[in-house]
Design a protein around this ligand. Structure first.
Ligand code: MRU
Length: 352
């Protein structure tokens, strides 16, 4: 990464439409897919070609542009209805990350306000969502870096970098900023079963950036803490509820429990687009459950005993009480809870 510009673009709007880096094939192959319509964008989100809360919101926004390109050319006077139906399809692609519906709400408002030729206006909104996400990440990087002491070591989880966002990253953005500031002794990353976002994607991004990374199996994390090897666990979020509960990649909760037991600090880094003040608590969020094959197989090879059942939730809920600080682009909320988040939200501009 030079001047915050990554060497790859996970999501790119080109003259030919939407281009996505296929994250299912990383790190073995860098393959880009051209996405031709909203249905293909929804499939790409559901099948994890693109993943990470902000990245799926941005992809859905471009998916709406593709839909408008297709339907506004049609003679039918119900083209708006068709775009609306595509938006519903996009919204249903994955249920947990609030960034998806957040982005679609902005596209819906633009569509409703647009005259007969909506494509230009919709593309402007989608591009703004994309570029503002990168800007937010860079601001969060600075806020988060400020909390880290020189010589600290950190553990991160899942992938929260340029692959999971518009660029730079949330938790990984903080790690990038802290590394650039010369503060970090060591960066550890959990593999993040079952999809291995840590081993495949976070490690790939950090190696790209020449930031040394040490992978651990997910079940080594508590022992790493017991040995005093990390001062921080830094994660992203798919949704932060109004009471401060954090919904993030399955396994985040057990990291937070271990952090509290060992006196390791837990930093959650999430843009305002991830903050869901309409959601009272984490227990009310729909948690996506993914296919059994993700657990039964490894790289397409069956590893589990035949006949075994599977429970494969993709996310979990970390109670706010286990979070030491929430870093957003508008500032840091220490020990977030319902009252502090309400006061923080009240300081934000209406368009947040
Ligand atoms: O299932 P994924 O890979 O989409 O899950 C991603 C995460 O849980 C990330 O931590 C979260 O989306 C924040 S990404 C900036």
């Amino acid at each position: 990464m030079t001047n915050n510009i990554p060497a790859f673009l996970a999501i790119e709007w080109t003259s030919g439409g939407l281009r996505l880096l296929d994250q299912r094939r990383l790190p073995a192959e860098e393959v880009y897919l051209n996405i031709g319509d909203a249905a293909a964008a929804a499939t790409a989100i559901r099948d994890m070609v693109v993943r990470g809360a902000p990245a799926i919101g941005i992809t859905a926004a471009y998916g709406v542009v593709l839909s408008a390109q297709q339907h506004s050319r049609e003679t039918s006077d119900d083209w708006r209805g068709r775009v609306e139906r595509d938006m519903d399809l996009l919204a249903a692609a994955r249920p947990t990350a609030v960034n998806l519906v957040w982005a679609l709400e902005q596209m819906r408002a633009c569509l409703q306000a647009a005259a007969t030729e909506p494509v230009k206006a919709l593309l402007e909104v989608a591009s703004r969502i994309h570029s503002e996400d990168i800007a937010a990440n860079i601001r969060m990087g600075a806020y988060g870096e400020n909390l880290i002491n020189k010589g600290d070591s950190v553990l991160t989880y899942c992938n929260t970098g340029s692959l999971a966002t518009g660029g730079y990253g949330t938790a990984l953005g903080v790690i990038r900023s802290a590394w650039s500031a010369g503060k970090l002794e060591k960066v550890y990353a959990c593999e993040t079963r079952p999809w291995l976002q840590g081993a495949r994607l976070t490690a790939w991004e950090l190696v790209h950036d020449q930031i040394p990374v040490t992978l651990i199996t997910d079940n080594s994390a508590a022992f790493l803490m017991q040995r005093g090897q990390v001062q921080w666990v830094i994660t992203g979020a798919d949704r932060v509820a109004a009471n401060g509960d954090v919904i993030n990649k399955i396994g985040t909760y057990q990291l937070a429990v271990s952090c509290r037991h060992h006196g390791v600090k837990m930093m959650v880094v999430a843009p305002l687009s991830t903050l869901d003040m309409a959601m009272p608590g984490g227990d009310q969020v729909t948690i996506e459950e993914r296919p059994d094959a993700e657990v039964l197989e490894l790289a397409g090879q069956r590893v589990a005993a035949r006949g075994a059942g599977v429970w494969n939730p993709a996310f979990d809920v970390t109670p706010a009480a286990l979070v030491d600080c929430l870093v957003t682009e508008a500032g840091v909320v220490q020990a977030p809870d319902r009252g502090k988040l309400a006061a923080f939200a009240a300081t934000l501009q209406p368009d947040g």
